[in-house]
Design a protein around this ligand. Structure first.
Ligand code: ATP
Ligand code: MG
Length: 581
């Protein structure tokens, strides 16, 4: 099916936002300096993420505005105004200081999405120390690797999570203190280095002067998702807040009256950059939902809190599609005015489904842990091209380049590259300087993704460089094949790999998970093959199709094609620390 572009009529709320024409003008006129001037800056002359997200709002009417609505699903929500939030973060900063934490120290957080997780993040930043968020479903090895690599000095966690991984304690000589939050479960401090939140944080003064950090001081360490290999620790600096603020304003389109919901966990970069920094630097109200995925529960959150702006991920959208349109129709989703997706290629089918089932198409955007903030987006008021990631943010120079670093003509595939120098760019891979250096070629940062740009400057994802398939001289991106298969009514998800072949070099093999109610029959397999040939042609359609109950995914919900391939070929599975259970 050909997907026509979707054009959003300019409505009042978008009136001040760039539309396609204004966008091109904005590209010329928006400068990082100008955006920086919309922030306050630390009174001492530096820049601090926590100051921009919290302290500066206390000087304005936002002081008593709700910053965070916290929903656990099992009791009434808790709300925190910017002032209350700041006071809690101040206690954390004082408490950590009393434990000896200093500027530059790494403080890791191994927590579920409870309010203390957010207070900790900002307390650490206020202190000038560096946060390292960990995904709460990690097992001992994943936690150990990251704490060891980063040389974390303090771990803030909960008794229930800590007991899961406690065996790693002896392997972590740099780790000095473990702070246990007893919101859910009582605990006694066990070992001498374990302290209780209630003893070291809760009783502290709620006043703290945010440290005057330099824009280039480290602020956040994020390990990548591990989709293509061992996760790398991308180190970000306070200057990144300029990018979070700018994209929150111009891409998330956040306004003062918005209720915003980012469904990502802070263990992944989306959950910090867009679960915390972008909304709060823009003074928006952010919903934090601690519960897991469930179509009814999620739609229920939108209806209950009258969410207006929603940022989620392709896997979640595909699961909502699988749950069926009727589930969406049971809820009042009329508060929503703008929906976005990130993290994986968003199948065009999913964009169109959004418009049909919830009345809004999903605006796809692209970025990575390394870029710190959104780089390429389908803007609020611009024409969406389903299947495209959109166009570069003003101030971002993106291009498709060949092996020599030359830009290729429109329509041709190549490496997606960015001109270094945007504020939220990572400054290094922790302990992996060589790996970091290898990301640059001829003055470009090479993202590791393959893509195309069309004549209007829209970027189209082809695949990760490691995943692109070479079959009989054709380069095939797995996304294209997966998207075609997903258009079939029986298919819930698809993962596509290249399988070595003596004649064709590689053949395209697809793994397919079916929607409920469909059976894995030989007949359906044949039908899917025919269906793919009709859509893609014989050269690109999968030669083999195998049914699986579900795709192996990272815990952030990305299909792990490298694992499908390793399993297919009987090879070692490599780093699986981020693999979903
Ligand atoms: P690792 O680097 O450890 O293999 P990862 O690349 O999945 O893991 P992240 O930084 O979380 O780690 O993910 C960024 C990557 O996700 C991008 O480089 C791209 O491959 C993919 N991605 C993100 N958004 C999109 C999008 N809108 N369309 C297509 N791909 C996307
Ligand atoms: Mg990556």
């Amino acid at each position: 099916m050909e997907y026509p572009p979707i054009t959003k009529p300019p409505i009042d709320q978008f009136a001040v936002r760039p539309n396609l024409g204004e966008y091109d003008a904005a590209r010329q006129s928006i400068t990082w300096e100008q955006i920086r001037s919309e922030l306050d800056g630390h009174p001492g002359g530096g820049l601090n993420i926590a100051y921009e997200c919290l302290d500066r709002h206390l000087k304005t009417d936002r002081r008593n505005k709700v910053a965070m609505i916290w929903e656990a699903g099992d009791h009434d929500p808790e709300t925190y105004t910017f002032e209350q939030f700041t006071k809690e973060a101040n206690k954390v900063a004082n408490g950590l200081r009393s434990l000896g934490v200093e500027k530059g120290d790494r403080v890791f957080m191994f927590l579920s999405r409870i309010p203390e997780c957010y207070f900790t993040a900002f307390g650490v930043l206020k202190l000038g120390a560096v946060i390292g968020p960990l995904f709460p479903a990690f097992g001992p090895d994943a936690v150990k690797d990251r704490l060891e690599d980063s040389g974390a000095r303090v771990l803030v966690t909960s008794p229930e999570l800590w007991s899961k991984v406690k065996e790693i304690r002896g392997d972590l000589p740099d780790l000095q203190k473990i702070v246990l939050i007893t919101r859910r479960k009582e605990a006694e401090p066990g070992e001498a280095d374990e302290v209780l939140w209630d003893d070291v944080i809760a009783n502290q003064s709620d006043e703290f002067e945010t440290v005057n950090t330099d824009p280039e001081d480290y602020a956040v360490m994020h390990y990548t998702s591990g989709t293509t290999g061992k996760p790398k620790g991308a180190a970000h600096v306070h200057n990144a807040i300029i990018g979070h603020y700018a994209t929150g304003k111009h891409i998330l389109d956040l306004h003062d009256d918005d209720i915003y919901w980012c469904t990502a966990d802070p263990g992944w970069v989306t959950g910090t950059s867009y679960g915390m920094f972008a909304p709060w630097s823009n003074g928006a109200t952010s919903l934090i939902y601690e519960g897991g995925f469930g179509a009814n529960a999620w739609y229920g959150m939108i209806a209950k809190h009258k969410v207006t702006v929603w940022y989620t991920a392709p896997t979640a959208i595909r699961m909502l599609m699988k749950a069926g349109d009727e589930v969406a129709k049971k809820h009042d989703l009329s508060s929503l005015r703008y929906t976005m997706s990130v993290g994986e290629p968003l199948n065009p089918e999913a964009v169109v489904w959004g418009e049909k089932a919830i009345g809004l198409p999903f605006h796809d955007n692209w970025w990575q842990t390394e870029t710190g903030a959104i780089m390429i987006a389908n803007y609020a008021s611009m024409e969406i091209r389903p299947g495209s990631m959109g166009r570069p943010f003003p101030g971002i120079e993106a291009a498709i380049i060949d092996d020599e670093g030359n830009e290729v003509p429109a329509g041709e595939e190549g490496d997606l590259a960015l001109k270094p120098g945007w504020p939220s760019m990572f400054r290094t891979y922790w302990h992996k300087k060589e790996r970091y250096d290898s990301c640059f070629r001829d003055g470009w940062y090479i993202t590791g993704d393959r893509a195309r740009m069309d004549g209007d400057g829209y970027f189209w994802f082809v695949g990760r460089a490691d995943d692109v398939i070479n079959t009989a001289g054709h380069l095939v991106g797995p996304f294209e094949v997966e998207s075609a298969l997903i258009e079939h009514p029986a298919v819930a998800e698809a993962g596509v790999i290249g399988k070595p072949d003596a004649v064709a070099m590689e053949v395209v093999k697809a793994f397919v998970a079916l929607k409920d109610g469909y059976e894995e029959t030989e007949e359906l397999r044949r039908e899917l093959k025919r269906f793919a040939i009709d859509k893609l042609g014989k050269a690109v359609a999968p030669r083999e199709i195998e049914f699986l109950p579900g795709m192996p995914k990272t815990r952030s919900g990305k299909i792990m094609r490298r694992l499908l391939k390793a399993r297919e070929l009987g090879l070692p599975e490599g780093d699986t620390s981020t693999l979903e259970d």
